[in-house]
Design a protein around this ligand. Structure first.
Ligand SMILES: *Cc1c(COP(=O)(O)O)cnc(C)c1O
Length: 232
């Protein structure tokens, strides 16, 4: 019950934010971030029409996949260790958190082995926070070029996590910066690079992200409620 109502609220807010920005609401895909939440709640969101779910741990994702419908698109949004890549390739619809060439190389190796192509986003630490993963804006184009040159990888865009803030307006500058970076890189017409995805905005700031051009928003708490425990 609660999940369905929350979803309605979030989807309505996305629609209104898109309207304010003159964007078609279909341009934004809502990813329901289900980390730490039981499969029953995911099933509820699925029944309400959600097909995109986000998880931040490979083990948890592997446990959940066989218990849920096979047409779910699973998004890996958390920091990824290279030794876990082999479990993820072929399972995740997209990996949002690629932040090093070594990780991209590992994904490429595994993708080639499985004869598949993995869609990835480059995670950018726009605010330069010590505590966050991601490349700096200055390093982004280089990593995009290097990753795009690897077989078995399709670079689809950029992802960021804005600094924790009370006011969603505080996130705007970081979202705007990511969007600009994406447009600048797209203009370079790099082979095998299509900067079509911008993954930005969480429960606290997804409306602002929609206004600033997000194509994926990642909402957990706003759909499933507070998480009782969390390991980063
Ligand atoms: C947990 C998480 C989210 C969702 O956070 P909420 O504030 O609960 O919406 C989004 N993105 C990433 C990368 C996360 O780890």
């Amino acid at each position: 019950m609660m999940v369905r109502e929350n979803l309605n609220t979030v989807q309505e807010k996305i629609r209104r934010a898109c309207e304010r920005a003159g964007r078609p609401p279909e341009d934004v895909t809502l990813i329901a971030v289900s980390k730490t939440k039981p499969v029953e709640m995911i099933q509820e969101a699925y029944e309400a029409g959600i097909r995109d779910f986000g998880e931040n741990k490979v083990q948890e994702l592997m446990d959940k996949i066989p218990q849920l419908p096979s047409d779910i698109r699973w998004h890996m949004i958390g920091h990824l260790q290279r030794n876990k890549v082999k479990y993820l390739v072929g399972k995740a619809a997209m990996i949002h958190s690629v932040d090093s060439l070594r990780l991209a190389e590992e994904i490429s190796r595994e993708a080639v082995k499985q004869n598949t192509v993995v869609k990835i986003l480059i995670e950018v630490n726009v605010a330069g926070e010590e505590s966050k993963f991601g490349v700096s804006p200055d390093e982004t184009e280089t990593l995009v070029r290097e990753a795009a040159a690897l077989p078995g990888i399709e670079v689809c865009g950029l992802m960021t996590i804005a600094p924790l803030a009370e006011n969603p307006e505080d996130s705007r500058i970081f979202f705007r910066t990511l969007k600009k970076l994406s447009v600048d890189i797209e203009r370079k017409n790099i082979d095998n690079v299509h900067m079509v995805c911008l993954s930005m905005g969480m429960t606290g700031d997804y409306e602002t992200a929609c206004e600033e051009g997000a194509t994926f928003v990642r909402v957990g708490t706003g759909i499933f409620g507070e998480r009782s425990w969390e390991i980063q």
